[in-house]
Design a protein around this ligand. Structure first.
Ligand code: ATP
Ligand code: MG
Length: 262
């Protein structure tokens, strides 16, 4: 069964989509089969993977509305082992359209039932809000990965996110857990970056990944070429950081297996 990881932070521009794209790519490069789901109508993860988000006849919107089976909307990416469910402009209407629908928070979870055995990892890139699309992502997932930008307001909004995660656990998905926090856009020449990183580690001991994603020109440029950092600049510091993150996430899985079998 796939490990389903929701990449979530309602704060905008913290590196959710960059993390989704690059983590998906490195997990695939490490021989894992990966499905990346872009639930953000902005479609940054979709375009960053080199896929055009167009208003197709069959898309995630129709699947969430129960009109089309999820198998029909999975597409291949240029990265071997990594598939994608692209975003589409229609998704912007989903929150409103589902407002009175039955089981509206469980739509994505239900859709994934039939395909989750086909993948090792399913990564969900969320929009920058705590709306119904994000809630669908959290309910469908088992784990939440929270990118936190090494900037002054980094911790602002994090308590609201943690409250939402608690509410989802209490009411909708009791098995949801926080996989960890990944520090993004770290600038080692900037004292503030170091302070924020320290502060986040102090607040969340044991929950912050060793891999710290640097602020890097290559990471900023790659999406405009529709490429992950693995394709665009595999020797860059940003590439190394995302590779390390993928490795840490895989290792956590291995550790759990060991604990389970003891
Ligand atoms: P949104 O909330 O709008 O969905 P997001 O949290 O998904 O944003 P990204 O789109 O990944 O954030 O990143 C925001 C911007 O910063 C993008 O232009 C992206 O290319 C750039 N970026 C992401 N990570 C880095 C990085 N480590 N170094 C430099 N630029 C980055
Ligand atoms: Mg995004």
């Amino acid at each position: 069964m796939a490990r389903i990881i929701c990449i979530c932070n309602q704060k905008g521009g913290v590196g959710k989509s960059a993390t989704a794209i690059n983590l998906a790519s490195y997990l695939a490069a490490m021989s894992r089969s990966v499905l990346l789901i872009d639930t953000d109508p902005q479609a940054n993860a979709t375009s960053g993977m080199g896929i055009k988000a167009k208003r197709e006849a069959e898309n995630l919107y129709h699947t969430l509305l129960g009109q089309i089976c999820i198998d029909n909307i999975i597409r291949k990416t240029k990265i071997f082992g990594c598939d994608i469910i692209p975003s589409c402009p229609d998704l912007a209407g989903t929150t409103v359209e589902l407002i009175e629908a039955d089981q509206r928070e469980f739509r994505l979870k239900k859709s994934l039932e039939s395909i989750k055995s086909q993948y090792d990892y399913i990564l969900i890139d969320c929009p920058p809000s705590l709306d119904l699309l994000t809630i669908n992502g959290l309910v469908a997932a088992k784990e939440v990965l929270i990118p936190v930008q090494c900037e002054y307001y980094a911790l602002e909004g994090l308590s609201q996110l943690l409250n939402t995660i608690d509410l989802v656990k209490e009411n909708l998905q009791e098995n949801l857990e926080i996989l960890g926090i990944v520090l993004t856009m770290f600038d080692r020449r900037n004292r503030l970056s170091h302070q924020v990183a320290k502060e986040v580690r102090r607040h969340f001991p044991g929950k912050v990944f060793e891999a710290v994603i640097p602020r890097s020109v290559s990471l900023a440029e790659a999406p405009s070429f529709g490429q992950s950092i693995l394709q665009y600049a595999p020797e860059s510091k940003g590439a190394k950081a995302y590779r390390l993150l993928a490795k840490e996430i895989i290792e956590l899985e291995e550790k759990r297996k060991v604990n389970f079998s003891i």
